[in-house]
Ligand binder design. Structure first.
Ligand code: TYC
Length: 102
């Protein structure tokens, strides 16, 4: 009946605000041309890592083809991807950054 339907809607509407937002891994992909030093600089500059951690992530990408630089909500992840890809392009390196569901 109507009462049950209305109550169902009310319960449905109260839930989304309590759910944690979907999270996204921001990853770098390996290539044969981008200098290792540039990749380390990018990881420090855009993902707030110190030299040692940035170098570790860079080598992970170099040897495994891909590496996670951080996990963020969609808007932040999208911004990082655009900023990194624009910075790489501006410096004429083929370094690719993308996001995937965490
Ligand atoms: N493979 C590159 C080289 O040998 C280094 C590199 C590391 C490039 C990580 C991209 O995301 C990358 N110069």
């Amino acid at each position: 009946n109507d009462w049950e339907i209305d109550q169902g809607v009310a319960v449905e509407e109260s839930k989304p605000e309590l759910k944690p937002p979907p999270m996204y891994k921001v990853v770098l992909l390996n290539d044969d041309y981008t200098p290792m030093d540039f990749v380390v600089e990018v990881i420090m500059k855009y993902f707030g890592k110190h030299q040692e951690e940035a170098a570790k992530i860079m080598l992970q990408v170099h040897y495994d083809g891909k590496g996670v630089c951080g996990i963020y909500r969609s808007e932040i992840a999208e911004t990082k991807v655009v900023q990194v890809n624009e910075y790489s392009k501006a410096n004429q390196h083929p370094l690719m950054c993308m996001m995937e569901e965490a």
